[in-house]
Design a protein around this ligand. Structure first.
Ligand code: 5AD
Length: 457
């Protein structure tokens, strides 16, 4: 009997780092089952879009892409299997099949690990169309596979580990509790085992991922000496040999207790950076968003973090044009941005999401007002960022060398402990090293440097 050639799969990912991580786990699971990974959609037997629902634009982009694939790729190769995975798959389910008849697979956020099994069924002709957007106990622990080193162009020095799924915060603008479900956490030993393996394979930096990592293990792991489950996890990961740096994203300000602030003092591997979404600088809007903190409480956290680590890099997410946001509310956001002096901020124009309370609130803000606030805030953020980056020129910073720069592969890139990207002229021998660089120039949210001292350790 001849050996069947296994189909090749191409996965395109939209959205956040959690989605990137989910895609990699699915790719690794498929590869383990014998599927090959296609370098592009043009060469693939299966094309999967891993989707984002956080704003309508993200959904429209993925739907447009699928329509395009259906029209272009399918025209020449009618047997190509098309599928949606992830957040939009979860929120739209069967509706996607009705809207796009060329699609045969819809896999929700608790079913990523079943993708290979469902593709097998489709290829074996057992089923033509599969939609699975159900809940599944234990699915939070199903995202743990990483592609083997043999499948990677270079051995990765940074790795992402999914520690939890879901969110119970129910911010009034946010679709995530509906697409990702209830908060569910993996166990500490399970996470440690994955981290240990990654470190053994050469990872020096690990980023712990979840929709609301500060809620990690809240229900299952009791406080120990006043320390939350999340801080206990950080301590455990910190013990791992070979690891040099730890990061996490995204935390919620509500969960940023003193134990976590203290962790930055106690745990030298914990990098001096925090992505702490503030969403608005107005107490009235924060309340309407159901954020669970005030402007003052947020400012206090930032102050404490900077007391613990003066060089702390702080970035945030901000929504402009939330229902009812007045010019005065928006000015509160502008003033908060000036007060905190964020290193960078991601600005989002409020996008109504179905089933969320804010979508039907009075006072929806007209699009031109959203655009205008977005532009004003962006100007402010860029100016503050510029000043931050310019200040770094002449300083010596430690970076972890991650690989070739995307824009110019003849250069190398890495990130400082404060999470700033640095590009420099280097060679292969720098790969994976912790390197001291002298900053020679600042670009737009990028630093340029020269190796100052070679760390030969
Ligand atoms: N509209 C606009 N931005 C949103 N975000 C979440 N939901 C919405 C929405 N409905 C933003 C928040 C969050 C980031 C990931 O996306 O700022 O922190």
């Amino acid at each position: 009997m001849g050996v069947a050639i296994m189909p090749s799969v191409y996965i395109k990912t939209y959205g956040c780092q959690m989605n990137e991580r989910d895609s990699e786990a699915v790719a690794a699971q498929l590869a383990a089952k014998g599927y090959t990974l296609a370098p592009s959609e043009a060469a693939a037997d299966v094309i999967l879009l891993n989707t984002c629902s956080v704003r309508d634009m993200a959904e429209q982009k993925a739907i447009g892409k699928m329509q395009n694939i259906a029209a272009e790729v399918r025209k020449h190769r009618p047997s190509v299997v098309l599928g949606f995975m992830g957040c939009m798959a979860q929120s739209r389910g069967q509706q996607l099949l009705d809207q796009l008849p060329e699609v045969s697979l819809v896999v929700g956020t608790q079913k990523f690990h079943r993708t290979a099994e469902y593709l097998d069924e489709i290829f074996q002709g057992k089923r033509k169309k599969i939609v699975d957007v159900g809940t599944e106990a234990g699915s939070e622990a199903a995202i743990k596979e990483h592609l083997p080193l043999s499948q990677k162009p270079i051995a990765p020095v940074t790795a992402f580990v999914s520690i939890m799924q879901g969110c119970n915060q129910y911010c009034t603008f946010c679709i995530v509790p509906f697409t990702r479900g209830e908060e569910r956490s993996r166990t500490i030993p399970d996470i440690l085992e994955e981290c240990r393996q990654l470190a053994q394979n050469g990872a020096k930096e690990i980023t712990l991922l979840g929709q609301i990592v500060t809620s990690y293990g809240k229900r299952d792991i009791p406080l120990r000496e006043g320390r939350s489950a999340f801080v206990q996890l950080l301590e455990a990961v910190h013990e791992l040999e070979g690891l040099e740096r730890i990061r996490f994203t995204s935390p919620h300000p509500k969960g940023y207790g003193d134990d976590l602030v203290e962790a930055y003092r106690r745990l030298p591997k914990l990098c001096q950076s925090a992505h702490l979404p503030v969403q608005s600088g107005s107490d009235r809007i924060l309340k309407a968003m159901h954020r669970g903190y005030t402007r003052q409480r947020y400012l206090d956290i930032i102050k404490k973090l900077r007391q613990a680590q003066p060089g702390m890099g702080v970035t945030t997410d901000i929504i402009v044009g939330f229902p009812g946001e007045t010019e005065e509310d928006f000015c509160q956001t502008l003033s908060l941005v000036r007060e905190v002096e964020f290193d960078n901020a991601y600005i989002f124009k409020y996008s109504p999401r179905h089933d969320t309370p804010a979508a039907v609130m009075a006072g929806q803000v007209p699009q031109p007002v959203k655009e205008e606030r977005n532009a004003r805030l962006l100007t402010e953020i860029n100016a503050i960022g510029r000043a931050h980056y310019d200040q770094r020129v002449g300083q010596t910073v430690q970076i972890l060398v991650e690989g070739p720069s995307k824009k110019n592969p003849s250069r190398l890139t890495g990130r400082t402990r404060c999470n700033k990207i640095v590009v420099f002229e280097g060679s292969d021998r720098h790969h994976g090293q912790l390197l001291d660089l002298k900053i020679t120039r600042a670009g737009s949210f990028t630093l340029y440097g020269d190796p100052a001292i070679l760390n030969l350790a």
